[in-house]
Structure formats: structure tokens, C-alpha cells
Design a protein. Structure first.
Length: 649
């Protein structure tokens, strides 16, 4: 950040100031360009008011690595009075002992060993001394407290860019640009100084900053501090998007001069040098490269001539992972969902790699098809629809991968409410399926289309054909178990609600025994409707809440929105008008925000319409509209919480 411009960082300044009151040595760590120096210098100026003459700032960018020479440099910076025949270190200690001093040592990266030894000696010898250091890696002293400095908060980053770029952002989205630059102050400064901030290459842009002519120079310095194995890992890891785990790092990055057994040590080394960030959550330990760090690594990967090879290894790793996930999805659905949510960016990167190369189109379509459960079951219909359509458009040559992608695309189209497109895709799928592999799926999804249109006879004929084929091939999911939804819906459309409940309970038992918890959500939604139609309000509420809880676990937005509509129907019948009108508004807003039309069965469509008419009649138009508008202001997550905790019994 330019010396004459300082934006934000109030939290960091307050945190470090408080920390220095409690401990004697704090090191600001973080990636190049994060603003460690600016924070340290700003804090030094603040401390100077409290301790005039006793705050000393020493820049070590060009410092000697020899301990004696470094001691001489520090003594000169502090203004130590030399005495004949007295060692410099002794004179330095004598100068500091009677004072309450703060030494700010900026840019310790190149002299970590020597500066660590010197600080250790001084802290042990001078009780009142406090030290603030900046370094991309820890100094490794006992009592050293690390304070990581990362990108700025979004608002502060945009404010900084606006100030530095002046009026040259008219055609640039500043938020998006700052995000691409990881909200790093130096990267923002370089982008603002370039010929066009919207397209600035911060790795080539010159700058008047004191130490770094560009981000290339800034990261080049970090690169020099790395071991050969760490440099190689940095370059190869640039192929990852988002975060990655140790298994992926070993599978994609190991080879040649970097053995599999060396990958973990190289990861830890890059972590210590603030090249990598470490994240830990439900999915375990994962690693992330900032966008700017990744871009630098990609440049080196190209120089090494390994860009294509590493891209292939990345593709193969995630193609293999997608195949493993599909094979074991049944029985481990939540486990795989939680893992693959973290891998979406990498999966997309592998797909894009394939889609950009004609010889790889089929592998890309294979990868997309393997992930059908993400696109159809886990709230990712929009990206799945895009990736499926693009892959199918790239190559129209019939193949098993294409046939699979077609029936998956039909399923996703039904979920997105595009029933006419689903019908066209199923016709295309049947025409290309010379081996009959997808026959059962074509019948299954045609049955779904028929039941949505209210054609019960056709729906039951088609679903019976699908069930026979699925049973003969042992396809439990996504084959046989989801067919229960069509059978039960058809029964409800013909008024056989008791039979529908029996079928749904049978399906639920099979789902639980097979570990198919996603189909369980769909069955619970129908069970709630059937119990409601039988007048069993308590059972209907239990089933609807079970569906909500399951859909929330899978991120299944469509099932969440459908469950809210079921709650509207139940609440209205229970004369809980305020709750019903509010949920009607919330569900309507959720569908609108999702930008997809509901693909409801005629039954729930009729129940919803009648519920709305009765609510208007009982409450009066003005009150009904007021409560519905109130519901429209509630986001989907909050609406789901209300439904789970609402006054229904």
C-alpha cells in the first residue's frame, strides 16, 4: 500500500497493539503484498507517541545474514553509543536495558536465522524490550506470537482501488477485480497503476513501490526462499482451483524430482512461507493458493514445460475421484456430498480442461455424467445443466458417455422445470441408445413427465417398465428406489391415499436399508401430502419436517422449496393462517430467486391454489398480501428454520 494512502486495517492495528501489551514478540506473517510492512509502520508511528525516541524501525530487506554484521546494523539504526573495547552486542544491550523500547524489524525473510538468533539474545537480556517483526515465515523463537495478515475486507479493498485508480473504473467491476487480486493491497495498487485497471496484469505492471516493482518481483522473492521441492510443488499446485487435500497433492504433483513421500514436507514448507493457506473443517485439512500466488506458479509451470502434463494428471485424478464417488454414492451419500462440495472448483477445472481439447471431449462428458447426483440431487442444477449442455454440444457422435449424459440432462431439466426440453432429450437419448443401456431411465423420466401432466395410466405403464428393467440389472439407485415417487403420486392423483401411504412406507424402509437418504427426502414430501389428505396433520408435519431436515443436509434447494409449499397447505388446513401466508410468500420468493419454474404434480398445484383462495377469504385481501409480502422478504434458510420451529403439531 502506498505510503501516502492507508485504508482500513483497523482490526489488525487494534489486535496487534493489544497483543504487544501482553507479549514481547509478535511476527506479522502472510503472503507477499498483504501489507505487513504498512501495518507495522503505521503501528510504529502510533507507538512513537507513547514512547518518543524508543521506537526503532529497521528494514532488513538488504541486511547481511551474518550475526555480527546484523548486530552492527541494528546498533547503528538505534544510535548506540560505542565504547572502546566493548563488543557491539554488549553496547546494544546496555543501551536498551534502561529503556522501554520497541524494535520493529521489517522484512526478516532473507535473514530468518540470524535475526532470530539476535532477537532471542536481546529478549533474554532486556526485560523491557518488545519486538514487532514482519516476515513471510515464522522466525521460530520461543514466545513468538504469529499474527497472519491476509487480504483486506471487501469494502476496504474496493475503497482502496477507487482511491488509487481515480476515475478509470467506469467499465470495471471493482469488487470482481479486487476478488481476482485476493484483496491484496500491493496487487490492487499495481492494478490501479496499470494502463487499464480492468485488465491489468499485476505480474507485469511497473510500480513506484519501494521494494517491489511488481507482484512478479514480490513473489519472485518468496520463490527464492523456497527449496527446489517447494518450488516444484508451487508450480504444479497452480493447476488446482479452490482448495485441495493431501491426496490430490500427492496424486497430481508428485513425480520426477518431487517424490510422493516429499509432498507433505513441501506443503508444510510452503505453509510456513505463507505461499499456501491451510483450512480445516468437516472435510479435514485442505490447502489453498491465493489467485495471485496461483498465477505466479502457473508461469513457472509453463517455463518448466509441464502445463499440459500436470493438467492431464489433474484431470485423471478428479475423473477417478468422480468414478469412486458414483460407485459408492449409495450408502455414503452425505459423506460424498460433503467431500465433493469442496472439490467442485477442481471438478469444473478438470471438465474445462477436457472441453478445451477435442481429443478429450468424451472424458469431460464422462466426468460430468459421473457427477449426476450433484446436478440432480444436491442443489447444483444450474451449473450441471450448463456443463451437460456444453459437453453434449461439443460432440454429437453416439457413445456410452453421451447416452448417460443425455438421461442425466433430462433429469436435471425436469428438476429445473423445463419439461419440454426434457421430453426432447429423452427422445434423443432413446435414438442413440443402441445397446439399450438407458432404456429404463428413459421410461422412468417419461413416467415422471406423464405424472406431472396428470396422465396416470401412461405414468404407471412407463414406471412399471422401468422398475422391471432396474430390478433385472440390480440398479437400486438412481434406478429402482426413485420410482416409488411416481407410483405414489399416481395413486394420490386417483384418490388412493391409503395405498399411497403404504407404498411410501415400503419405499422408505428400502431407502433406509440401502442408505439412500436423498430419495427418502422425496418420499417424505409425498408422505406429508398423503397424510394431510387423510386428515393426519401430526403425521404430515413429522414427514414434512423430516424432508426439510434431509434436504438441508444435501443442499437440495428444490426439495426445500417444495417442502415449504407443503407446509403452506398443512398450515392453512390447520387454520394457522399467519404462518401459512408467510410461508407462501417465502416459498414464492425462493422459486423466483432460483429462476426456475416449479414442476409440481397436479395434486400439489391444486392444493396450493385452494389454500391461497381460502387464506384470502378468511383473512381479507389486505392482510393476506401484507403477510405474504413479509414472507417474501425472508431468505430460504430463515424460512426453513421457521418451518422447522413453527407452531404446527
Amino acid at each position: 500500500m502506498r505510503a501516502d494512502v492507508f485504508v482500513g486495517r483497523k482490526t489488525e492495528l487494534a489486535d496487534v497493539s493489544t497483543l504487544l501489551e501482553r507479549v514481547r514478540h509478535v511476527t506479522l506473517t502472510g503472503p507477499a503484498g498483504a501489507g505487513k510492512t504498512c501495518i507495522a509502520l503505521r503501528l510504529a508511528r502510533t507507538l512513537e507517541h507513547e514512547l518518543p525516541g524508543d521506537v526503532h524501525v529497521v528494514e532488513l530487506a538488504d541486511a547481511p545474514a551474518d550475526l555480527d554484521a546484523l548486530t552492527e546494523m541494528l546498533a547503528d539504526a538505534i544510535g548506540v553509543r560505542r565504547q572502546p573495547d566493548v563488543p557491539v552486542l554488549r553496547s546494544l544491550i546496555d543501551e536498551l536495558v534502561p529503556r522501554r523500547s520497541v524494535i520493529v524489524l521489517d522484512t526478516c525473510d532473507r535473514v530468518v536465522g540470524a535475526v532470530g538468533a539476535l532477537i532471542g539474545l536481546l529478549l533474554r537480556s532486556v526485560e523491557g524490550l518488545r519486538v514487532l517483526s514482519t516476515s513471510r515465515q515464522r522466525l521460530g523463537l520461543p514466545g513468538e506470537h504469529l499474527y497472519p495478515v491476509g487480504g483486506m475486507p471487501e469494502d476496504d479493498a474496493v475503497h482502496l482501488l477507487t482511491i488509487l485508480a481515480g476515475g478509470r473504473l467506469s467499465e470495471t467491476d471493482p469488487t470482481e477485480l479486487c476478488k481476482r487480486l485476493d484483496n491484496l493491497p500491493l496487487a490492487i495498487e499495481l492494478a490501479a497503476a496499470g494502463p487499464g485497471p480492468g485488465a491489468a496484469d499485476v505480474f507485469a505492471t511497473a510500480s513506484g513501490t519501494r521494494r517491489h516493482g511488481s507482484m512478479r518481483a514480490a513473489y519472485g522473492w518468496s520463490h527464492e526462499l523456497c527449496s527446489p521441492q517447494e518450488r516444484l510443488l508451487w508450480a504444479r499446485a497452480s493447476v488446482f482451483s479452490g482448495t485441495f487435500d493431501l491426496e490430490a497433492a500427492e496424486g497430481v504433483c508428485a513425480g520426477g524430482a518431487l517424490g510422493v513421500e516429499e509432498v507433505l514436507d513441501a506443503l508444510l514448507g510452503l505453509l510456513d512461507k505463507s505461499i499456501l493457506a491451510r483450512e480445516e473443517g468437516e472435510g479435514g485439512v485442505r490447502y489453498r493458493l491465493l489467485n495471485t500466488v496461483r498465477a505466479f506458479g502457473a508461469v513457472w509451470l509453463e517455463r518448466l514445460g509441464e502445463t499440459d502434463e500436470t493438467g492431464r494428471r489433474h484431470r485423471d485424478h478428479f475423473l477417478g475421484l468422480s468414478a469412486r464417488a458414483e460407485m459408492s454414492w449409495q450408502g455414503k451419500q452425505l459423506e460424498w456430498y460433503r467431500r465433493l462440495v469442496l472439490e467442485c472448483a477442481n471438478m469444473r477445472g478438470a471438465i474445462e480442461y477436457c472441453y478445451s481439447r477435442p481429443s478429450e471431449y468424451r472424458k469431460g462428458l464422462d466426468l460430468v455424467g459421473n457427477l449426476w447426483f450433484l446436478w440432480a440431487c444436491c442443489g447444483m442444477q444450474s451449473p450441471g445443466d450448463d456443463l451437460l449442455q456444453r459437453g453434449l454440444d461439443l460432440d454429437h457422435t453416439p457413445s456410452p458417455e453421451r447416452v448417460k449424459a443425455l438421461w442425466v440432462h433430462a433429469w436435471v431439466s425436469i428438476q429445473r422445470g423445463d419439461l419440454e426440453r426434457a421430453k426432447r432429450i429423452l427422445t434423443e437419448c432413446a435414438a442413440e441408445d443402441s445397446d439399450g443401456y438407458a432404456t429404463a431411465y428413459v421410461s422412468q423420466f417419461k413416467a415422471h413427465l406423464a405424472v406431472v401432466k396428470g396422465d396416470v395410466v401412461e405414468a404407471l405403464q412407463l414406471i412399471q417398465h422401468a422398475r422391471v428393467r432396474h430390478r433385472s440389472t440390480g440398479n437400486v439407485f438412481p434406478g429402482f428406489l426413485p420410482t416409488y415417487t411416481v407410483v405414489a403420486t399416481a395413486m394420490m392423483l386417483t384418490g388412493r391415499h391409503d395405498q399411497a401411504v403404504a407404498v411410501l412406507h415400503e419405499g422408505r424402509e428400502l431407502c433406509e436399508s440401502c442408505g439412500d437418504y436423498w430419495t427418502l427426502i422425496r418420499l417424505d414430501l409425498l408422505l406429508a401430502q398423503a397424510e394431510h389428505l387423510l386428515g393426519n396433520t401430526a403425521a404430515a408435519v413429522v414427514a414434512a419436517r423430516s424432508a426439510l431436515r434431509g434436504a438441508r443436509l444435501f443442499g437440495d434447494t428444490i426439495s426445500l422449496m417444495e417442502a415449504l409449499e407443503v407446509f403452506v397447505v398443512i398450515a392453512e388446513a390447520d387454520v394457522n393462517d399467519t404462518f401459512a401466508a408467510t410461508m407462501l410468500g417465502a416459498s414464492g420468493a425462493a422459486w423466483e430467486n432460483a429462476e426456475i419454474p416449479p414442476s409440481r404434480s397436479p395434486l400439489i398445484e391444486s392444493l396450493l391454489r385452494k389454500a391461497e383462495l381460502r387464506l384470502r377469504g378468511r383473512m381479507g385481501r389486505a392482510e393476506f398480501e401484507r403477510l405474504r409480502a413479509s414472507g417474501e422478504s425472508i431468505d430460504l434458510r430463515t424460512a426453513v428454520d421457521h418451518a422447522l420451529q413453527g407452531a404446527l403439531s
